[in-house]
Structures are given as structure tokens and as C-alpha cells.
Design a protein around this ligand. Structure first.
Ligand SMILES: NC(=O)c1ccc[n+]([C@@H]2O[C@H](COP(=O)([O-])OP(=O)(O)OC[C@H]3O[C@@H](n4cnc5c(N)ncnc54)[C@H](O)[C@@H]3O)[C@@H](O)[C@H]2O)c1
Length: 484
């Protein structure tokens, strides 16, 4: 079953789910406690929302509180309230999706955290801005050019602010790459070669979930590559201008299932008659956290978190190649596959004084038929000058999710992070420049022609960027060459 046609949760469903969870749900005004804690409402309380609610109810409980949660799935909304209440750091009110505006009126949040499916971000961002709230939204900011325009217009109209949470920028080794580029050691960057690999554990998961319907996610060009395009935009301190791309679905197809000795596609893993034979079988019931969040709440919206990865109706690509031309002349060559033997990426920046190579192996291999991946996080960074010996760079390290980036970003959002010379905070402009590259690539997939970012939206101006080396600076190079 596909979740694009699901009806929003109604109020009766919410109360029923709350009753089943043994919860008291407030229906009226929020009784604010004394103190100056910032007030947050969260819409879309699935997996990702927990990072924010855990931070608010944990490390930052003296500074922040969750006053309302909203979800179209009554069970997940009730579960979020229960989990937050169990921390002792507040008792938010749960609202049905149809009651989002009422939540804003009742609970009076200063900030709305948007962690719904990608295609619905714009709906909540615009309504929150128009209600006078600032917005913290997950990536991608949105999935189509029309929706991006709505958001840009709403920011101008409301005068409120958006933070798009590009957590990848905050991972220490990636911040270090920014630091090296800012230092000017490789001179002006002229071209970039970037390949991202998703393996058959994490990569395959996109084909099981709501992401597999392009209407929900914008495909991997938007959902996933928004991280990567944002990184390049930020690393270069430049704006993408023109995009050419090709994309197709080559691996996650009924034909691949048959090549693997299966009869073909099924609806989902839970009820699959060939689960014993399929090395992509995913046991949703085996993980208590996933079971509680998704399997136990299917009755509310019919969303299956373990849809068959071989379904013919999947509408996203698994093989993508993109060329981007930047406003400073840089050419980016980018590739993404979702069925690779390891997970991670390789990037090379070719500059006027040398080359910066950087790679991370996030998951090296897999063990067992149920595809358990071993975490690796092996980082390699080196600089190879045009003249002189290569220099291995000792990587900056961090602890926690997404290479340690999540915690650094959370400190900036909720804590007291010092001024950031890398300007990692992203607003709607950075959010737009990133997702518009993927949106342009999606258009290229259909038309085969070049797409200009300026033709997709109006009124988009460059975001504030950290200072990069002066492109006009003279290049110092020894006169006598020493060949290796
Ligand atoms: N930055 C990162 O590294 C990162 C990692 C994971 C997810 N994300 C982003 O977080 C967001 C959520 O992803 P997830 O993995 O938590 O998905 P999820 O399926 O676990 O959660 C989404 C939640 O939103 C609810 N929802 C969906 N449409 C809704 C609507 N129209 N109105 C109200 N509620 C709605 C669902 O019922 C669900 O509870 C996505 O935008 C995703 O791209 C970011």
C-alpha cells in the first residue's frame, strides 16, 4: 500500500489512540509554566522527530519545551506525547493534522519543527510562518519548484525565519574540508568530482518506505542528494546555475527479483511468501523501536514501512548522474547509486594550486542474509599540490549520529554555540539552492535538456557564505618542477 492517498488523522482517531496508550490529551489551551523556555511544536513525529524531542526534553530541557505535537497518524502522535511525558520534561498536547492551525493558536509556539514527509514540508512551513512562528525544517526544504516558490514568498511576506537542518555540514571531517578550502591551499576550485554510494541495506530502505513514491520524496535527487548538493554549494560558497542530468531505475525492479531466483515483486515483507529466499527481506517486527513506531500504528493510516523493494510501481530512480555549472564557473560532476557494495562517498576538488581528495566509508560490508551492515566511518582526506608532495590530513572527529554532525547542529539550534566562521546555519535560500538542483535534475530526467535554476523560481538571492579565497589572487608556484 502506498501512503500518498492516506486520509489525515481525524480527531476521533487521535482520542482513540491516546486512550489505548493510557494518555490524557488536552484539547484546549496550553497551560504555560513559568520561565523563559522557548516553545516548540513538532509536526510529523516519526523517526527523525525524535532527535529534536530527545534534545529538547534532555540536554536542553531548561531552555526549551515541546508544547504541541501533530501527526496524521494518531498512534504516532500519542506515542510521541507518551515518550515526552515519560521524560518528565513536559506534557505536550497532541493534534491531528487537520488541527495544525489550531495547535498553533492553542499552544502558541515560537518555533515549529517540521519533520513530516518531504512533500508536505511546504504546507506546514508556510502555515507556521504566516502564523508568526519561526520554522526549523528537516531537509529537503521541499520537493518541487512551485512549493519552493511558496516558501520563499511566505518568508518575505511574514518576515519570519527558516532554518533548514543540513546536519551534514556539521560533521567534523566535512567542516574540516570547508576549513581547508577556505585556507586557499588548493587555490581556486575549478571542478569537483563527487560520487555518493548507497548500499543494499540503507540504500534499499528508500525503496521500502514512503520515499519510494516520488510524489512524497522528490526521489533520491531531492530527498537524499539535497544533502550532497548543499554540501557542494556550501563548500564552494557558490550558487548552482545550470543542471544536466540522467536518471533511471535499474536495480530495484521485478526483473532483478527474478534474476535472484524469486517469482517477482510482492506487497510487503511481513506477508511475503518468499521471505526465506529473499536477501532483501526486512523484518519490521524484529526491532522493538520500529515495531512500536510503524507496525503497531498501521491500523491508523495503512502505511507499510516494509514494502517490497521490487515493486513495479516504485517511481524513484536508483542510478543518477548530474552535471552542475556554478556561478563562479566551477563544474560539478556528481553520481549517486542506491545498490552499491559499500556506503559512503568520494569527492575531489581540483584547484589552481592542487587537488583535495576526501572520502568516507560509512558502511564497509555486510554480514548475514538479513543484511546487517557494519559501521565504519573511515575518513580519508589529503591534499596533492600541483608541485610538491601529497599531504595526508588527520581528520577532525566527532561522536554520535551522522558523523557527529547532529550534536553540533543541535547545540547551535538549542544551546549556546559560539559564532561560526564556517557559516553552517542554513536559511530558506540555502534550502532552495540545494533542493532546486535535485528538482532541476528530475526535470532533466524527463526532458533531456539543460535546466537553469533561475527559471525555476523568482526572488531567490544568494545566502550569506563564509569567505572563500580571493579568486583573483596570484598563484605562487616554484619554477623548477620536481617530478615524483
Ligand atoms: N537530516 C537527516 O539526516 C534526516 C534523517 C532522516 C530523516 N530526515 C527527514 O526527516 C523527515 C521525516 O523523516 P522520517 O524518517 O522521520 O519519516 P517517518 O516516516 O518516520 O516520519 C514521518 C512522520 O510524519 C507523519 N506525516 C506524514 N505526512 C504528514 C502530513 N501531511 N501531516 C502530518 N503528519 C504527517 C507520518 O505519519 C510520520 O509520523 C523527512 O523530511 C526526512 O527527509 C532527515
Amino acid at each position: 500500500m502506498n501512503d500518498k492517498d492516506l486520509a489525515p488523522m481525524d480527531r476521533r482517531g487521535l482520542l482513540k489512540a491516546a486512550g489505548a496508550a493510557g494518555l490524557m490529551l488536552a484539547t484546549g489551551a496550553y497551560a504555560a509554566d513559568a520561565g523563559a523556555r522557548k516553545r516548540y511544536a513538532v509536526v510529523g513525529v516519526g523517526s527523525r522527530a525524535r532527535m529534536y524531542t530527545r534534545a529538547i526534553t534532555g540536554k536542553y530541557r531548561d531552555r526549551a519545551e515541546v508544547v504541541g505535537v501533530c501527526d496524521r497518524n494518531a498512534g504516532r502522535a500519542a506515542l510521541a506525547v507518551k515518550r515526552i511525558a515519560e521524560t518528565g520534561a513536559g506534557q505536550p498536547v497532541a493534534y491531528a493534522a487537520a488541527d495544525f492551525d489550531r495547535m498553533l493558536r492553542d499552544t502558541k509556539p515560537q518555533f515549529v519543527i517540521v519533520t513530516t514527509t518531504d512533500a508536505s514540508h511546504d504546507e506546514y512551513i508556510v502555515r507556521a510562518l504566516d502564523a508568526g512562528c519561526d520554522v526549523i525544517t528537516e531537509k529537503p526544504m521541499t520537493t518541487t519548484a512551485e512549493k519552493a516558490q511558496r516558501i520563499l514568498d511566505a518568508v518575505k511576506r511574514s518576515g519570519r525565519h527558516i532554518r533548514v537542518c543540513f546536519n551534514y555540514r556539521y560533521s567534523p571531517p566535512r567542516t574540516q574540508v570547508k576549513d581547508l578550502l577556505m585556507s586557499g591551499e588548493i587555490g581556486d576550485v575549478l571542478s569537483v568530482d563527487f560520487t555518493w554510494l548507497l548500499n543494499t541495506v540503507h540504500g534499499a530502505d528508500y525503496f521500502r518506505r514512503w520515499h519510494s513514491n516520488k510524489a512524497n520524496s522528490g526521489g533520491l535527487m531531492v530527498h537524499k542528494a539535497t544533502h550532497h548538493f548543499d554540501l557542494v554549494n556550501w563548500w564552494l560558497g557558490a550558487q548552482p546555475e545550470r543542471v544536466q542530468a540522467a536518471g533511471s531505475r535499474q536495480f530495484y525492479t521485478p526483473e532483478t527479483a527474478r534474476r535472484m531466483g524469486l517469482q517477482g515483486a510482492h506487497e510487503r515483507c511481513l506477508t511475503c511468501t518468499e521471505k526465506a529466499k529473499c536477501s532483501f527481506y526486512f523484518d519490521l517486527a524484529a526491532d522493538p523501536g520500529l515495531k512500536e513506531l510503524y507496525l503497531d500504528n498501521e491500523k491508523h493510516d495503512g502505511y507499510f514501512r516494509d514494502q517490497c523493494v521490487w515493486r513495479p510501481e516504485i517511481s524513484i530512480e536508483d542510478t543518477m548522474t548530474v552535471m552542475v555549472r556554478y556561478d563562479n564557473g566551477v563544474q560539478l560532476n556528481y553520481g549517486l547509486q542506491a545498490y552499491d557494495a559499500w556506503e559512503g562517498y568520494r569527492i575531489a576538488f581540483n584547484g589552481t594550486k592542487g587537488r583535495l581528495e576526501h572520502s568516507i566509508v560509512e558502511a564497509a560490508g555486510m554480514a548475514g542474509a538479513n543484511a546487517v551492515q557494519s559501521r565504519s566511518d573511515t575518513v580519508s582526506t589529503r591534499i596533492i599540490p600541483l608541485r610538491g608532495a601529497p599531504r595526508e590530513i588527520k581528520p577532525w572527529t566527532g561522536e554520535g549520529n551522522h558523523g557527529g554532525g547532529d550534536d553540533v547542529m543541535l547545540e547551535e539550534i538549542f544551546g549556546e554555540a559560539p559564532a561560526d566562521k564556517y557559516r553552517r546555519v542554513s536559511d530558506e535560500r540555502a534550502g532552495a539552492y540545494s533542493c532546486l538542483v535535485g528538482i532541476a535534475a528530475n526535470r532533466c530526467f524527463e526532458s533531456g535538456t539543460t535546466v537553469r535554476i533561475a527559471d525555476l523560481v523568482t526572488g531567490l538571492t544568494p545566502p550569506l557564505r563564509a569567505p572563500m579565497p580571493d579568486r583573483g589572487a596570484p598563484i605562487a608556484m616554484p619554477l623548477k618542477l620536481k617530478m615524483p
